[in-house]
Design a protein around this ligand. Structure first.
Ligand SMILES: NC(=O)c1ccc[n+]([C@@H]2O[C@H](COP(=O)([O-])OP(=O)(O)OC[C@H]3O[C@@H](n4cnc5c(N)ncnc54)[C@H](OP(=O)(O)O)[C@@H]3O)[C@@H](O)[C@H]2O)c1
Length: 333
C-alpha cells in the first residue's frame, strides 16, 4: 500500500472509516463481522483507522479497540470527541459539547473503550459554537501534554477556525466531507491546509454510496439510515442526480476501474496531502476501495470528471438545516 503523511505518522494512502460498522447506514453487522472486516483491512496494508465517541454511542470504539489491540503499535488510531451520546430520561441523544471538561471526559472514556493508553490523532468532531475554538483546542492541547493523545485534528470547520485553532496548537489533520459531489473544501480549507502544513482527511469519499453506482433506489433505505435525513438522498432529488452516473460509469470503464475506485482515485490525484477514509460493511467493497491506490488518471480524465460532477451539476444540499447549522464549513450556495 502506498503511504502518505499525517503529522508524524506514515499512513496508508487510504484509511478505513469504521463508523459504518456500528452506526449510520442501516443495521450494523454483528461485532465479529466488523472485526473480520478490520482484520482484512490490515491484511490489505491499511494502517489508518477512524472512529469516534459518537459512533454507536461508544460501541464503535469498543469494536475498533478490540480488533486492533494486538496491532496497536503498527497502526494510526484516530478518534473524536466533543460530540457524543448523552443519556436523557427518554434515551441516549447526540450532543455537541466542546467545553474543556467535556473534552477531557470524552477522551478518558474513549481511551477506556479503545483499550489503549494513547490516541494517535484526536479530533474535535464538531466545533461547539458556544465555546471559543481556542478553549476547546486548548483543552485538547493539555491532552497532548498529558500523553493521552499524540496529535490533534478538527472536523468540519472553516479555514478561519482552522487558523485560530492552529495558533493554539499545531493541527495535524482536518477531516471534512470531500468527493466529486461535495466540493466545498475547494472554497478555502484545502488552500489553508496547504499553507499551514495540515493534512486533509476526506470523509464520505465515495459520496455515501452515490459514486459507487450500486445505490439506485433510496426509497428502500432503512428507517434509521442517516441518509434519510439528507436532502440529496430524498427520493426525487437522488433520482435527479442519477443520470450523471451514466457518463461517470463510462469513464470508470475507460480507466479500467470500478466507480468507487474512480471516486477515490480522483481524490488521491487532487492532493498529495489528502487521505480518504471510505467506510464499508462489505469485504468485497473493502478490497475494491483499497485497490484504488493503483488507479492512474490523466489530467484530461480528471477534468472530465470535474466538469461532469460538481457543485453546479449536483442537486440538493448535503445536510438538512439542523445539521448544516452544526458545521462551520464554507458551503457552495
Ligand atoms: N467527521 C465527520 O463528521 C464524519 C462524518 C461522516 C463520516 N465520517 C467518517 O468517514 C468514514 C466514511 O464515510 P461514510 O461512511 O459516511 O461514506 P462513504 O465512505 O463515502 O460511503 C459509505 C457507503 O458507500 C458504500 N460503499 C463503500 N464502498 C463501496 C464500494 N466499493 N462499492 C459499493 N458501495 C460501497 C457503503 O456500503 P457497503 O457497506 O455496502 O459497502 C456505504 O453505504 C466513516 O466511516 C467515518 O469514519 C466522518
Amino acid at each position: 500500500m502506498q503511504q502518505r503523511h499525517i503529522g508524524p505518522f506514515e499512513v496508508s494512502a487510504i484509511g478505513l472509516g469504521c463508523m459504518n460498522l456500528s452506526h449510520a447506514y442501516g443495521a450494523p453487522p454483528a461485532p465479529e463481522v466488523g472485526m473480520a472486516l478490520i482484520h482484512r483491512a490490515l491484511d490489505l496494508g491499511c494502517n489508518l483507522f477512524d472512529t469516534a465517541a459518537l459512533y454507536g454511542f461508544g460501541a464503535n470504539e469498543t469494536l475498533v479497540g478490540q480488533a486492533l489491540k494486538a496491532h496497536r503499535r503498527h497502526i494510526t488510531l484516530c478518534s473524536k470527541g466533543g460530540m457524543a451520546g448523552v443519556s436523557f430520561a427518554d434515551g441516549v441523544k447526540r450532543v455537541i459539547d466542546g467545553r474543556p471538561e467535556t473534552i477531557r471526559k470524552n477522551c478518558e472514556d474513549s481511551l477506556q473503550r479503545l483499550g489503549t493508553d494513547v490516541i494517535d490523532l484526536y479530533y474535535l468532531h464538531r466545533w461547539d459554537k458556544k465555546v471559543p475554538i481556542e478553549d476547546s483546542v486548548g483543552a485538547m492541547s493539555d491532552l497532548v501534554r498529558a500523553g493521552k493523545v499524540r496529535t490533534l485534528g478538527l472536523s468540519e470547520v472553516s479555514a478561519s477556525t482552522l487558523r485560530k485553532a492552529h495558533a493554539v496548537h499545531p493541527i495535524a489533520a482536518l477531516q471534512t466531507e470531500y468527493s466529486l459531489w461535495t466540493r466545498n473544501p475547494e472554497i478555502a480549507v484545502l488552500q489553508a491546509c496547504q499553507e499551514l502544513g495540515v493534512s486533509f482527511v476526506a470523509f464520505s469519499p465515495v459520496a455515501r454510496g452515490f459514486l459507487c453506482g450500486e445505490l439506485q433506489d433510496v426509497a428502500h433505505l432503512a428507517n434509521n439510515d442517516i441518509r434519510r435525513a439528507m436532502p440529496r438522498f430524498a427520493p426525487d432529488t437522488y433520482a435527479s442526480n442519477l443520470p450523471m452516473l451514466q457518463a461517470y460509469v463510462q469513464i470508470a470503464q475507460e480507466v479500467g476501474c470500478t466507480p468507487a475506485q474512480l471516486a477515490l482515485a480522483w481524490l488521491l490525484h487532487k492532493d498529495p496531502h489528502l487521505v480518504p477514509i471510505p467506510g464499508t460493511q462489505n469485504i468485497q467493497h473493502l478490497q475494491d476501495n483499497m485497490a484504488a491506490v493503483d488507479v492512474r488518471l490523466s489530467e484530461q480524465q480528471m477534468q472530465r470528471l470535474e466538469s461532469l460532477i460538481n457543485e453546479r451539476t449536483v442537486k440538493g444540499n448535503r445536510y438538512n438545516p439542523q445539521n448544516a447549522a452544526e458545521v462551520d464549513t464554507e458551503e457552495f450556495a
